[in-house]
Ligand binder design. Structure first.
Ligand code: FAD
Length: 353
């Protein structure tokens, strides 16, 4: 006899926990399956100096404000990890780990969730597996020519690992800027970006970004003109270390190079830079391979959704991957609302079934 849950949530990072909170409030029967051995999702893998770009109270999941970190306005990653672990305990969320879900199959009335550690059945599914686990590298990175070290954002830990080395950091987003700022004093740094680096105004942190995202959502809901939201303001949050490095003249972005050489990189005009390592801060893709058997994948690896609900599989909701699953849904403070809406929609669907 198999046990069928109302809902299985795949992924126990911030998005999975926010959803679990709302599923619990609705009294649904669910489990959360998480591949990591310990709580904290991607925050456990962050580099040493990473800090949230909003103060603690503005980095909170539904129900419980993140406590402030003593002596810090912007909490560090270890503080976020502790908060997520405490959040699980506070609401007694049924997270099972480590469980890496390999595949989800449609069995008609139920969905079968397969992993090496067991099989679960559910009437509805939430996928909240994040992006950190699928780093993206541009085709250029596959060139066998370069004899140095290739790393991605996910591999970077601390500047002392690169002391005295020649390092090229590629990428004009937050990861690229923060890692470049981190390395600026210890390594011989070349920072390259595809378009000129666009810093957000210094007084804009995650709080203000959330307000902009909220205003945009309201405008779109009311049929007003799209302001472009956060993306129209810039790419890089000028968190204190980035601001300091930029103001000290240490963060000067070069345009993207054209090719890799055996010993470094080369621009179209023949200029070269020698490198011991290249750190590709070139982003991520949603980690959705477990959903492949459902045959829902479409453009750029994304599944078409209305809000969080998959268009072609109404029993499936996706949370936390980016704006396409709700404005600011890849942030701690922003995921609460889409999580609530997803839980509510699932509750209604199961009531009707
Ligand atoms: P994750 O945290 O990645 O959690 C997903 C969980 O699912 C993980 O535990 C993973 O192991 C698990 N999983 C994956 N695949 C499977 C599977 N097949 N089966 C079972 N489990 C699986 N956000 C903020 O709110 N504030 C910030 O200040 C902030 N700063 C950032 C700064 C940088 C430089 C970057 C890169 C990101 C920042 N973010 C910030 C974003 C935030 O870190 C991530 O978006 C967030 O971790 C996403 O949460 P998530 O729950 O969607 O995914």
């Amino acid at each position: 006899m198999i046990r069928v849950h109302d809902v299985v949530v795949i992924g126990g990072g911030q998005a999975g926990l926010a959803t679990a909170y709302h599923l619990r409030r609705l009294g649904l029967d669910f489990v959360v399956l998480d591949a990591q051995p310990t709580p904290g999702g991607a925050w456990q893998r962050a580099w040493d100096s990473l800090r949230a770009f909003s103060p603690a109270a503005y980095s909170s999941l539904p129900g419980w404000l993140m406590p402030a970190q003593v002596g810090e306005t912007y909490p560090d990653a270890s503080h976020v990890v502790s908060y997520l672990g405490d959040y699980e305990q506070r609401y007694d969320l049924p997270v099972i780990r480590p469980v890496h879900v390999e595949a989800v199959h449609d069995e008609g009335r139920v969905l079968r969730v397969e992993s090496a550690s067991g099989t679960w059945w559910a009437r509805a599914l939430v996928s909240a597996t994040g992006t950190w686990w699928r780093p993206f590298l541009p085709a250029l990175a596959a060139s066998a020519e370069f004899g140095g070290e290739h790393l991605h954002t996910v591999d970077y830990r601390r500047p002392s690992d690169f002391a005295g080395k020649r390092v090229v950091v590629v990428g004009g987003g937050n990861s690229g800027a923060q890692i470049a700022a981190d390395l600026a004093c210890e390594a011989d740094l070349t920072w390259v970006t595809r378009r000129p680096a666009r810093f957000l105004p210094d007084d804009i942190d995650g709080r203000a970004l959330f307000d902009v995202a909220t205003a945009r959502r309201r405008a779109l809901d009311e049929g007003r003109t799209d302001s472009g939201g956060v993306a129209s303001l810039g790419d890089i949050v000028a968190v204190p270390p980035v601001r300091e490095a930029r103001d000290a003249g240490l963060l000067k972005a070069q345009p993207m190079f054209g090719r890799l050489t055996r010993t470094g990189v080369e621009w179209a005009d023949g200029t070269t830079a020698e490198a011991d390592a290249i750190i590709w801060c070139t982003g991520f893709r949603p980690a959705l391979s477990h959903l492949a058997p459902l045959g829902l994948r479409r453009t750029r690896g994304r599944i078409p959704t209305a809000g969080t609900q998959a268009l072609r599989e109404p029993r499936l909701h996706l949370l936390g991957y980016g704006d396409w699953t709700g404005p600011a849904s890849a942030t701690l403070i922003g995921v609460g609302r889409p999580a609530r809406e997803a839980a509510r929609a699932i509750g209604e669907l199961l009531d009707l079934a």
